[in-house]
Each structure stands twice: as structure tokens, then as C-alpha cells.
Design a protein around this ligand. Structure first.
Ligand code: GLN
Length: 256
């Protein structure tokens, strides 16, 4: 009987202890990329962070966000210091050598921001110019297709690049289109425009995990599938892209 009581007691204890020991999803990101990740007050927020919370919810885990330079993110996941990376990160072959990726969750392209009356007006005039980028991003690689490596100015913060452009120190900035639109709108500077006549290729954002962690990739993919079908992703997109929402509403109103 005593044995049975002891067993029961340890079972009850175990049940009490397990929820308190929830694992932590350590999320590596670079919160300089609105609306995907940015700092608001003391917190890192954004579309990617909300997606990370959905992933953690499905796993029953806690979330801890770790901010770092963009080019430190893949090494952090590869070494296991972070469980996942979600950072508007484009899935590409080079990164796939160091980490595994989830299914794509967002499709973006690069965009080129210039000064309204500046020298760059299209792909031809972009050649050999001084181009600002976020260090180690696909915008950084795209810039090297237009100009010499030493004419690519690399920043840790996208906003710093756009401010340098506004100040006349750069001829252009190449960065992901949704972020270009967000930064230009938030700077409220009429001299900054996003060119629409340069064709950049499709890029797909994925969530990175340590190589070989197939269970975690499967769980992340299940969450991506869930939020794409239960309306969560639509809600999040409207939350973080309110301009597009207004534009869509205007288009709807015009069609009526
Ligand atoms: N999508 C780009 C890349 O993966 C930019 C990401 C970023 O700056 N956060 O390189």
C-alpha cells in the first residue's frame, strides 16, 4: 500500500511539474525590418514574431526572442544557440548548406528606393552607383549585380541606409519591397520613392532550424498550414499591412 501511495504521489508530482517545465523556443531575429520584426517600446514585435508565437503555441512552448545582426542569425541557429530563426529570411541554397528551412510562408521581391529627383531612375542608371543595403541580405547580393562590391554600403539597420539615402550619401537602397514601402511611408519624406520598373526575382521567406531537426520542421510546417487555413494569417497580414487593407477597401468601394 505504501508503495502504491508513493507511486501515486510521484505521479501527481510529475503531472504538476511538467507544465512548469515547458520548453522555450529561442527565436533569433534582427528587429530592423518592419513590419516583419521591429522594436516597439521594450518589445520586439511584428508579423514574424506573431508567427513564432503561433508555432510555440502549437508546440506548447514558451517564446524567447533574441535580437542580433542579420548575418549572425544563421550561425546562431546552426550552432543551436537559437531554436529557430524568423527574420524575413529568404530561402536560398547558400543558407541551406548551414540550416534547414520550413515551407515558405511569404513571397517578397527586392525593391529599389531612390531620391525623387536623383540620378537613378531605372535598372540602367542604377549601374555603378553607390547602393545601400542591409549587410548579408539578398538585397546585398542583388546590389553586387549592379555595382562594384566597394560601392555597396552595408548597414545593420535598414533604416540607417534609407536615412543616408535621404541625406544624399547614397544613390539608391535595395531592400525587400514590403519593408521598402513601410520605411518610406514611416519616414514621411516626399523625396523618397520606390521604383517600380526594375524586375527583381521572387523570394520566399522560410523559418530556419538547425540541420537535421525534421520533427521541428514538421511542426512548423503544420503551424504554417494551420494559420494559412484558419484565417490567422489573413488577420496578421491585415494587422501589419494596414495600407494594403485600405487600398483593398478603396478598390472594393470603387467596384461597387
Ligand atoms: N529577405 C532578405 C534576406 O533574406 C532580407 C532579410 C532581412 O533583412 N531581415 O536576405
Amino acid at each position: 500500500m505504501k508503495k502504491f501511495t508513493a507511486l501515486l504521489l510521484s505521479l501527481v508530482l510529475a503531472l504538476c511539474v511538467v507544465p512548469a517545465m515547458a520548453e522555450t523556443l529561442i527565436v533569433a531575429t534582427n528587429p530592423e525590418f518592419p513590419p516583419f520584426e521591429y522594436v516597439e517600446g521594450e518589445d520586439v514585435v511584428g508579423l514574424d514574431i506573431d508567427i513564432a508565437r503561433e508555432i510555440a503555441k502549437d508546440l506548447g512552448w514558451e517564446v524567447e526572442v533574441q535580437s542580433m545582426a542579420f548575418d549572425a542569425i544563421v550561425p546562431a541557429v546552426a550552432s543551436g544557440k537559437a531554436t529557430i530563426a524568423i527574420a524575413g529570411m529568404t530561402i536560398n541554397d547558400e543558407r541551406k548548406m548551414s540550416v534547414d528551412f520550413s515551407d515558405p510562408y511569404y513571397n517578397a521581391k527586392q525593391a529599389c528606393i531612390v531620391l525623387k529627383d536623383g540620378v537613378v531612375t531605372d535598372g540602367e542608371t542604377l549601374k555603378d552607383k553607390v547602393i545601400g543595403v542591409q549587410q548579408g541580405t539578398t538585397g546585398d547580393f542583388a546590389a553586387e549585380e549592379y555595382t562594384a562590391a566597394d560601392k555597396v554600403m552595408r548597414y545593420n539597420k535598414a533604416l540607417d541606409a534609407v536615412m543616408e539615402l535621404a541625406g544624399g550619401k547614397l544613390d539608391a537602397v535595395i531592400i525587400d519591397a514590403p519593408v521598402a514601402a513601410n520605411l518610406v511611408a514611416s519616414m514621411n519624406n516626399e523625396n523618397l520613392v520606390v521604383l517600380d520598373n526594375i524586375e527583381f526575382g521572387d523570394e520566399f521567406y522560410g523559418i530556419a532550424v538547425q540541420k537535421g531537426n525534421a520533427d521541428l520542421v514538421a511542426s512548423i510546417n503544420a503551424t504554417i498550414e494551420r494559420i494559412n487555413t484558419d484565417g490567422t494569417m489573413d488577420e496578421l497580414l491585415l494587422k501589419y499591412f494596414p495600407v494594403e487593407e485600405e487600398a483593398a477597401e478603396d478598390a472594393e468601394a470603387a467596384a461597387e
